[in-house]
Design a protein around this ligand. Structure first.
Ligand SMILES: Nc1nc2c(ncn2[C@@H]2O[C@H](COP(=O)(O)OP(=O)(O)OP(=O)(O)O)[C@@H](O)[C@H]2O)c(=O)[nH]1
Length: 211
């Protein structure tokens, strides 16, 4: 059974943000808070430790997590390297990953992912969020014992997250009831548009969960 004691959360914030002029996306303000703060709230009290995977501005990120970890191998090798770095850093058997640029993820994200990975014969090794049309490979629950296997895949040059998932016992977690919560911000224009449509959703969640 996956409990908060056996689960580490990690926010992926290690990208270059090229489509946003190279800015550090996780620290961009959105509806009054840095993007990363919205995502951090989804993990509140549901995990034993929250990590942020970032390759820049690590002091700024430290305000929002228990630990900030950089990619094991630098040079912006992609999100699969970030996931690997989290699998290595986590002290628990399970790691739940979410991206820093999706500020409206479901408030019950952790419960949904944990319920979704469990099958009649036990747990799969990996569960991936599915919005009814698309998989979201950077919203995933994984066994941390996969770290060695991922190290080998990365050494072979693998960079595609879903292709690596497909080598394992994996499942989709159906979130087709809330596809809009997966909206992410890649450009200034998307940020401005989503701030109008999703800002209130994200803000309401924030004020509900702030003690
Ligand atoms: N650790 C790590 N995370 C990454 C890397 N590249 C992207 N990510 C993360 O993966 C998720 C999806 O990233 P993208 O939006 O595809 O890439 P990005 O670098 O943020 O933005 P672009 O440069 O505009 O593509 C985000 O949470 C990123 O922070 C990387 O090289 N290392």
């Amino acid at each position: 059974m996956i409990t908060p004691q056996t689960l580490t959360g990690m926010i992926l914030a290690g990208g270059e943000g090229r489509r946003m002029g190279g800015r550090d996306k996780g620290l961009e303000p959105f509806a009054g808070l840095p993007l990363v703060a919205h995502v951090a709230q989804r993990f509140d009290s549901h995990v034993s430790e929250l990590l942020i995977n970032a390759n820049r501005n690590t002091d700024a990120y430290a305000l929002f997590a228990s630990r900030v970890i950089e990619d094991v191998e630098g040079g912006f090798k992609g999100p699969l390297m970030g996931i690997y770095s989290g699998l290595r850093a986590a002290k628990t058997p399970w790691l739940l990953v979410a991206p820093c640029d999706s500020p409206a993820l479901p408030n019950d994200l952790v419960a949904r992912m944990v319920a979704g990975i469990t099958s009649e014969s036990g747990e799969h090794d990996i569960a991936v969020a599915f919005d009814g049309e698309r998989l979201h490979p950077v919203v995933a629950l994984l066994r941390t014992s996969l770290a060695d296997d991922l190290a080998n895949a990365l050494a072979e040059g693998e960079r595609k997250i879903d292709r690596w998932y497909a080598r394992h016992s994996w499942c989709k977690v159906d979130m087709s009831d809330c596809p809009e919560t997966f909206a992410n911000l890649n450009t200034e224009e998307e940020k401005a548009r989503l701030e109008l449509t999703l800002g209130s959703v994200a803000n309401n969640a924030a004020s509900r969960e702030t003690p």
